[in-house]
Design a protein around this ligand. Structure first.
Ligand code: TRP
Length: 356
């Protein structure tokens, strides 16, 4: 009901806070501070983080606790944590409106993760493809943390009762596990609807960015060749060189989307162009059909430099100002704790822990 004296609506106590603010839900997403950010990270995740802020309450977390499931150099970990935070800011996430923070500053993540370690089953964790890939043949020798990784990820999400998580293909299985943990917790403790069953938010098809050296492999920070990827902090010369050297085939540009699909290197470059230009791939294919790759590569370079240049420059500027970035993270962590604290207190009560 509008308040007669002010015209403003009184907050409805039955609505979750995001709904009372006219938003569609609460988002939590995380990025690991391991290695340089590249175009794949930007188009697949970080760019979308900025786009979601008009419709959702957003928490964007640099998951440093997850990073140490594999060995990390402490100095580099700190620098990389700031780099990811800088990327969020440079990509346009508003650190004052949304919550940008690093995981280790909000102890509630680790506290809830322990409880989830006791909810999740060994069998569930053993089936995680990311664990199998990362552990490889060395299964006996990887950290226990790597095995428990998805329970911590579930805690990241559920400590805020997040309703939506933007994920790429590779994280869908972890999100399903998060849903399983939520459901099992709610059942085990006879607390129906305690945790929400979080929905994935999947983005358009153009988010799979492949290696510039091999269009059948994902662009990756662990590829030994720096020519396989465009880093967000690459300058214009580096971007131009990498695109010039990007693998193609000897034919002219594809004549149709079907033709492009059969040619992974060409398809990848067309997908990158479409994503950067915010166009449908069909339109880009039509624009360059039958032309020489050199002409297309020149256009792609110009576009990439125009779109990524300002973001890279802003990241560089922010990374030279760690005091500012740290202040954003501390402020975000404080606001994150204000949301997580009461939820953890409820969890503790539900589990039967005495009130501290
Ligand atoms: N596992 C994610 C990745 O490797 C990172 C992550 C940790 C995450 N916690 C999260 C993603 C919570 C979304 C939500 O990319």
């Amino acid at each position: 009901m509008p308040d007669a004296s002010t015209g403003a609506s009184a907050p409805n106590p039955h609505l979750p806070p995001y709904a009372a603010r006219g938003l569609k839900g609460r988002i939590l997403s995380g990025v690991q501070p391991t290695g340089n950010l590249h175009l794949g990270n930007y188009l697949g995740a970080i760019r979308n983080f900025a786009r979601l802020q008009s419709d959702y309450e957003c928490l964007y977390c640099v998951v440093d606790l997850h990073a140490i499931t594999l060995p990390q150099d402490p100095k580099q970990l700190a620098a990389q944590t700031r780099e990811i935070a800088s990327a969020f800011l440079a990509a346009g996430v508003d650190g004052a409106k949304q919550i940008i923070f690093n995981q280790s500053m909000v102890a509630e993540h680790a506290q809830l993760a322990w409880i989830f370690n006791c909810v999740a089953r060994m069998g569930w964790m053993s089936r995680m493809t990311q664990f199998k890939e990362k552990a490889g043949k060395d299964r006996e020798n990887v950290s226990l943390g790597l095995f428990a990784y998805p329970a911590l990820m579930a805690a990241d999400i559920l400590i805020y009762k997040a309703t939506h998580v933007p994920v790429g293909e590779d994280q869908k299985q972890h999100l399903e596990l998060t849903r399983d943990i939520a459901i099992k917790f709610n059942n085990d403790f006879a607390a129906p609807d305690f945790f929400p069953v979080t929905e994935p938010l999947i983005f358009g098809a153009a988010t799979r960015v492949m290696s510039l050296r091999d269009g059948t492999k994902k662009m990756s920070k662990s590829d030994p060749s720096d020519y396989s990827r465009i880093n967000l902090t690459d300058d214009a010369d580096a971007v131009a060189q990498k695109i010039r050297r990007a693998k193609t085939d000897p034919l002219p540009m594809p004549e149709s989307p079907a033709d492009a699909e059969k040619r992974p290197d060409a398809d990848n470059l067309l997908g990158i162009y479409a994503a950067l230009a915010d166009q449908e791939k069909e339109a880009v294919v039509a624009q360059f059909a039958g032309k020489q790759f050199s002409e297309f590569k020149a256009a792609l370079t110009e576009l990439a430099v125009a779109k990524l240049g300002p973001i890279g420059a802003e990241m560089q500027r922010l990374m030279k100002d760690p005091g500012h970035v740290d202040a954003v993270l501390r402020n975000g962590a404080e606001r994150a704790r204000a949301l997580a604290g009461p939820i953890l207190a409820d969890v503790y009560k539900t589990v039967g822990f005495l009130k501290p």
